[in-house]
Design a protein around this ligand. Structure first.
Ligand SMILES: Nc1ncnc2c1ncn2[C@@H]1O[C@H](COP(=O)(O)OP(=O)(O)O)[C@@H](O)[C@H]1O
Ligand SMILES: [Mg+2]
Length: 303
């Protein structure tokens, strides 16, 4: 799959995104998201234990790490889909602790899911309209006074159609989301996320299960988010994609951030090699096999 990815632009060698050494928790020049002491346990297992993390603004940051490292759990915590045991975090300088997911999204921080959540029994268009923010029709009083929200609904539909066209889903607008392929559902999720005019887009494994014919287009869509001024934080297992589009890479293992840096540096970092190759010894590699192989291949390239 990865061999189909043609880099649209050469990765930036010196990012200038961080201040001081590129190490776990390092300060960024202009962070959009800052997390402190965020932890979450499931039973005896500490799934997330992040001491400090800053996500740079206006850049594409990849969050990588072996399966079970805590990436999805961290996404859930930062976006209000789960509650941490400890910790605080701010988005655009505003504290997000205890803020429910729908409000987080309205504030401009949206996420997509590793297992796509597109609602199969709604049409593609209705899925898009669910992503719009400030839907006055949601308020009980206003919902019985449709003249207050009809205009807005039309505007939302126009915006949805524009996005669907961009993601080549416009001809499917009246189809049920269930009829879309896995890759198209990923595109729909990304398109829907953009309905709320986000400033930070968080994508959990956008490429997973996507037909190789769609990977280049997905990759271009992610790069477009950045060129439109959005910040992107994405979880990805495909190291080639990470290297081609990420400006910055954060590596998690066993709930912690174990390394940060630009894609080239990070892939030569001993803590990163240990985090991936360490899985070789004692655990079932499962889906990680491809990942470890890709990592080794890249390391061979670099060294
Ligand atoms: N709801 C949950 N209940 C119990 N354990 C969970 C739950 N969610 C995640 N975990 C565990 O937390 C760890 C981190 O999982 P996850 O965040 O999904 O990792 P990643 O996305 O990096 O693969 C794993 O060991 C996983 O089994
Ligand atoms: Mg995950």
């Amino acid at each position: 799959m990865s061999s189909n990815i043609v880099p649209t632009s050469k990765p930036v060698k010196s990012t200038g995104l961080h201040i001081g050494a590129a190490e776990p928790g390092c300060a960024k020049r202009d962070p959009i998201l800052v997390a402190d002491k965020v932890s979450r346990s499931f039973g005896g297992l500490k799934a997330v234990d992040v001491d400090h993390l800053e996500v740079p603004r206006g850049a594409i940051t990849a969050l990588i790490g072996p399966n079970g490292a805590g990436k999805t759990t961290l996404f859930n915590l930062l976006t209000g889909f789960d509650k941490p045991d400890t910790g605080t975090w701010t988005f655009e300088g505003r504290s997000l602790g205890g803020v429910p997911a729908y409000k987080v999204a309205r504030m401009g921080q949206v996420r997509t899911f590793q297992l796509t959540k597109a609602l199969g029994l709604l049409t593609v268009m209705d899925n898009m309209l669910l992503g719009a923010k400030g839907q006055d029709g949601e308020s009980l009083v206003k919902s019985v006074l449709p003249f207050l929200w009809r205009g807005q609904e039309t505007a939302n539909e126009a915006k949805a159609l524009e996005l669907l066209t961009r993601f080549k889903l416009d001809t499917k607008k009246n189809d049920y989301a269930a009829s879309l392929s896995g890759g198209q559902r990923k595109l729909l999720e990304m398109a829907r996320a953009l309905m709320s005019d986000p400033t930070l887009v968080m994508l959990d494994e956008p490429m997973a299960g996507v037909n190789p014919a769609l990977t280049q287009s997905l990759l271009d869509h992610v790069l477009n988010l950045k060129s439109e001024g959005m910040s992107v934080l994405f979880v990805e297992h495909d190291m080639h994609m990470v290297r081609h589009i990420a400006d910055w890479v954060v590596v998690m293992a066993e709930g912690r951030v174990v390394a940060e840096g630009d894609p080239y540096e990070v892939m030569q970092n001993q803590a990163v090699i240990d985090a991936y190759l360490g899985k070789h010894h004692d655990e079932d590699l499962g889906e990680d096999t491809e990942n470890v192989e890709a990592m080794k291949e890249l390391l061979d390239d670099e060294l």
